[in-house]
Design a protein around this ligand. Structure first.
Ligand code: ADP
Ligand code: ADP
Length: 226
């Protein structure tokens, strides 16, 4: 339920390094955009700017037509899923998933319902009282997803969410993410190094190099060219 517009976006870090140069992209509602490119090309920086975790040096970022450059991360209606999960080790699965809602002062009953609904979708119902260390890698990844989906955000940003999983789990989670995308009708921007993930999940692929967009195309066009 969200479109995104990035116009002439630049990122210059305080040390003077230009990590992103003139990034332009129009993302339509429900698209699944993939960012690919070598390490250090500016994928995470771009995601972090969209999330509001990093200032935009110049350019304009819009969500649903509204400029959000100066909007706080928590007010952007965006959820981010990281490769290292970033779960709180001392909290249960329930509390990890509830955390962002508590922060936003959502009523307790509503929190319980949202967490239980997400747990059902992600097959975490029986694990809500466990601590992260008592979970498998795939289960932890699902909790990280759960923490994002309980907020029902307009936009999901995922930074190599599957790269720490073994091959078998990666395949399983890949299809779970695909069905989540359909089910939630969400707009997703997803960073990966994995060509199969890019091909099976993406509606469009953005190829980055040295902070510059090289190409934007459908997976079919990008990977099946002679
Ligand atoms: P990617 O996600 O594609 O691997 P990043 O967006 O993390 O790339 O980084 C892009 C470039 O910006 C890299 O060269 C990185 O070293 C640099 N960079 C990242 N964070 C900072 C920072 N805080 N200060 C200076 N340079 C940074
Ligand atoms: P939200 O749903 O608002 O993103 P999160 O629970 O993901 O809430 O995180 C809230 C803040 O705490 C974010 O700034 C996030 O980066 C930080 N955070 C999340 N997990 C950890 C962790 N394990 N250790 C330290 N900081 C964390």
């Amino acid at each position: 339920m969200a479109s995104l517009s990035l116009k002439n976006i630049y990122k210059v870090y305080p040390n003077g390094f230009e990590a992103v140069k003139d990034f332009n992209l129009e993302v339509e509602d429900k698209e699944f955009i993939i960012f690919v490119g070598p390490s250090g090309c500016g994928k995470s920086t771009t995601l972090r700017m969209i999330a509001g975790l990093e200032d935009i040096s110049s350019g304009e970022l819009k969500i649903d037509g509204k400029v959000v450059n100066d909007v706080e991360p928590k007010d952007r209606d965006i959820a981010m899923v990281f490769q290292n999960y970033a779960l709180y080790p001392h909290m249960t699965v329930f509390d990890n998933m509830a955390f962002g809602l508590k922060l936003r002062k959502v009523p307790k009953d509503e929190i319980r319902k949202k967490v239980e609904d997400a747990a059902r979708i992600l097959d975490l119902e029986k694990l809500l009282d466990r601590k992260p260390k008592a979970l498998s890698g795939g289960q932890r990844q699902r909790v990280a997803m759960g923490r994002a989906i309980v907020r029902n955000p307009k936009v999901f940003l995922m930074d190599e969410p599957l790269s720490n999983l073994d091959a078998k789990l990666r395949v399983q989670m890949r299809s779970e993410i695909a069905s989540l995308h359909n089910r939630l009708g969400a707009t997703i921007i997803y960073v990966t190094h994995d060509q199969t993930e890019a091909m099976t999940l993406g509606t469009r692929i953005v190829v980055l190099k040295d902070g510059v967009v090289q190409q934007v195309d459908s997976p079919q066009k990008l990977y099946n060219e002679p």
